[in-house]
Design a binder for this molecule. Structure first.
Ligand SMILES: Cc1cc2nc3c(=O)[nH]c(=O)nc-3n(C[C@H](O)[C@H](O)[C@H](O)COP(=O)(O)OP(=O)(O)OC[C@H]3O[C@@H](n4cnc5c(N)ncnc54)[C@H](O)[C@@H]3O)c2cc1C
Length: 462
C-alpha cells in the first residue's frame, strides 16, 4: 500500500495551482487539486479575463465616438449592462469547464472543496475527510483588502462584486490608485458612468515611471474622469439607494456605488499553516518561500499570489511549472523574476517593462532618456484629444535598454514584443538597427535618435 494517498495535493485551482497540477501529473505524479470556489481562480473567474472583456466592451464607446471623423454616422447607440454581464458569465463558465477538463485529462483529480492543512502530510476537506500527501502545494491566491474598518465599510464593493452588479451605476466612487482601480474607472466611464477616483497618495500608479503616471492621469481626466489625490474615504453613509462618501479633506461625494481597490492580501487565513509550521514572510504577509518556492517545511511549497511576490498570472503559472519540474520532473529550475512586463488596461492603456527612470538613475551612473509624446494618426481624423507616450530608459555606459514605457492604444501588445528585446539585453543600437514599420505608433521606438535627457551622476562625471 502506498505511503500517501497522493504524491501532490494542490490547494487552489487558480493559475498557478492548475499549471503545477498538470505538469506534475504529466511527470507521472498522482495529483489532487482542491478548489473551494471555481476552477480557474482569480484570473479566469474574477480577474484578468472578465476585466479584459469589460475593457474591450467599454472601449467600443471610443470607437463609436471616433467614427464620425471617418465618415460614419451612427444615429443612435444604446448599451445594455445585463447583456454584457450575461455574455461575460457564459464565457467564464466555458473557461471554467476547460480548466477542469485540462486537469482531469492528465489524470489529476479535482476536488470541489475547501482544504486545510492538518499536519505536514495531511489535508482536511470540508466534509471532514482526510487526504495524505507526500508534497503539498499552497496556491490559494489572494483576496481584496478594504483597509481600515471605517464606518459604512459594509456598503463598499470590491472588484469581485463589480463583475456581477445588477445595474450599471450612474455614478461611482472608486478608491485606489493602482491598476485595478484605474481599469475599473475606465470600464465604468466607457459604459457611461460618472466616475470619481480617490487616492491617498500624490499621484496614481505608484511604482510606475513618473512620466507614465502624469500622462495616464492627464488622459483619464481629459475623458471626464475625476481624480482626487491626497485624500481618502473616511466614512460612507447610505440613504436609500444612494451613498455619500465623506472624504478626509472634508468634502463629500454622492454616488450609486462605492468600490475600493486599494490592495489585495495573500489568502493565508484559516489554512492551518500553524499546524504544519509554515512560516509567514513578515515583510509582506505572504507565505515565506525560498528561490525554489519551498516554504519553511521541507515538503510544502507555495506559489503565486499567496507568496505576495509579483501578483500576476504569468508569474504564478511559471512558478507552478518550475515547482513541478523541480520536484517531479528531475529538472530543477528556479524562476527568474527579473524584467517582468506588465500592463494597466486603463484607457489609454499602459505597457511597461524594465526599470523606470527613477530606478535606473538610482542604479546606474549614466542614464539616457529617449522620450516622445505625439498625436496618434487616428486622432488626426477623429479629432480626439489624446497623445501617446513612448519612453526608453538606456544605460549611458553600455547602451543597454533598461526599460520601456508606453501609454496609448495597444501599449500592452507592443510591450510584450519589446520585453523580448529587453530580456535579451538589447542595446539602443540594436533598436536603431531595426527597421521601422510604417505607419505605426511603435515605430517611434526605433526612430528616437537623440536623448531627451542625459543623467550623469557626479562621481562618474569626471
Ligand atoms: C480584478 C483583477 C484583475 C487582474 N488582472 C490581471 C491582469 O490583467 N494580468 C495579470 O497577470 N494578473 C491580473 N490579476 C492578478 C491575477 O489574477 C493573479 O495574479 C493570479 O490569479 C494568481 O494566481 P494564483 O494561482 O496565485 O491564485 P488564484 O488565481 O487567486 O487562485 C487561488 C484559488 O485558490 C482557491 N482557494 C483559496 N483557498 C482555498 C482552500 N483553502 N481550499 C481550496 N481552494 C482554495 C481560490 O478559490 C482560488 O480559486 C488580476 C487580479 C484581479 C483581482
Amino acid at each position: 500500500m502506498a505511503e500517501f494517498d497522493v504524491d501532490l495535493f494542490v490547494i487552489g485551482g487558480g493559475s498557478g495551482g492548475v499549471r503545477a497540477a498538470r505538469i506534475a501529473a504529466t511527470h507521472g505524479a498522482k495529483v489532487a487539486v482542491a478548489e473551494e470556489y471555481r476552477m480557474g481562480g482569480t484570473c479566469v473567474i474574477r480577474g484578468c479575463v472578465p476585466k479584459k472583456l469589460f475593457v474591450i466592451g467599454s472601449h467600443i464607446r471610443h470607437e463609436i465616438e471616433d467614427a464620425e471623423g471617418f465618415g460614419w454616422s451612427i444615429p443612435q447607440v444604446s448599451f445594455d449592462w445585463k447583456t454584457l454581464v450575461a455574455n461575460k458569465d457564459k464565457e467564464i463558465a466555458r473557461l471554467e469547464g476547460i480548466y477542469t477538463t485540462n486537469v482531469e485529462r492528465v489524470g489529476a483529480t479535482v476536488l470541489k472543496t475547501r482544504a486545510v492543512i492538518e499536519d505536514p502530510h495531511t489535508l482536511r476537506l470540508a466534509n471532514g475527510k482526510k487526504v495524505t500527501a507526500r508534497y503539498i502545494l499552497i496556491a490559494t491566491g489572494g483576496a481584496p483588502n478594504h483597509g481600515p474598518d471605517i464606518p459604512g465599510i459594509e456598503h463598499v464593493i470590491s472588484s469581485n462584486e463589480a463583475f456581477h452588479l445588477e445595474t450599471l451605476p450612474k455614478r461611482i466612487v472608486i478608491q485606489g490608485g493602482g491598476y485595478i482601480a484605474l481599469e475599473f474607472a475606465g470600464i465604468f466611464a466607457g459604459f457611461g458612468s460618472d466616475v470619481t477616483v480617490i487616492y491617498r497618495g500624490d499621484n496614481i500608479l505608484r511604482g510606475f515611471d513618473e512620466d507614465v503616471r502624469t500622462h495616464v492621469r492627464a488622459e483619464m481626466e481629459k475623458q471626464g474622469i475625476t481624480i482626487l489625490t491626497g485624500c481618502t474615504v473616511s466614512r460612507i453613509e447610505k440613504h436609500g439607494a444612494e451613498f455619500t462618501s465623506h472624504l478626509s479633506n472634508g468634502s463629500s461625494i454622492a454616488s450609486d456605488q462605492v468600490m475600493f481597490a486599494i490592495g489585495r492580501h495573500p489568502a493565508v487565513a484559516n489554512l492551518g499553516l500553524e499546524n504544519a509550521g509554515v512560516a509567514i514572510n513578515p515583510r509582506n504577509g505572504g507565505i515565506a518561500v525560498d528561490g525554489w518556492s519551498k516554504t519553511s517545511v521541507e515538503n510544502i511549497y507555495a506559489i503565486g499570489d499567496v507568496t505576495h511576490r509579483f501578483n500576476l498570472t504569468p508569474v504564478a503559472i511559471r512558478e507552478g511549472h518550475a515547482f513541478a519540474d523541480t520536484v517531479f520532473g528531475k529538472r530543477p529550475i528556479q524562476v527568474d523574476h527579473a524584467t517582468i512586463p506588465t500592463a494597466v488596461f486603463s484607457q489609454p492603456e499602459v505597457g511597461t517593462v524594465g526599470l523606470t527612470e527613477t530606478e535606473a538613475r538610482a542604479q546606474f551612473s549614466r542614464v539616457d532618456i529617449y522620450k516622445t509624446d505625439f498625436r496618434p494618426i487616428k486622432a488626426t481624423m477623429s479629432g480626439r484629444d489624446t497623445r501617446i507616450l513612448m519612453k526608453l530608459v538606456v544605460d549611458g555606459t553600455t547602451d543597454r535598454v533598461l526599460g520601456c514605457h508606453i501609454v496609448g492604444d495597444a501599449a500592452a501588445e507592443i510591450i510584450q514584443a519589446v520585453a523580448i528585446a529587453v530580456k535579451m539585453k538589447a542595446t539602443k543600437a540594436d533598436f536603431d538597427a531595426t527597421f521601422a514599420l510604417h505607419p505605426t505608433a511603435a515605430e517611434e521606438l526605433v526612430t528616437m535618435r537623440t536623448p531627451t535627457a542625459r543623467h550623469v551622476r557626479e562621481a562618474a562625471a569626471e
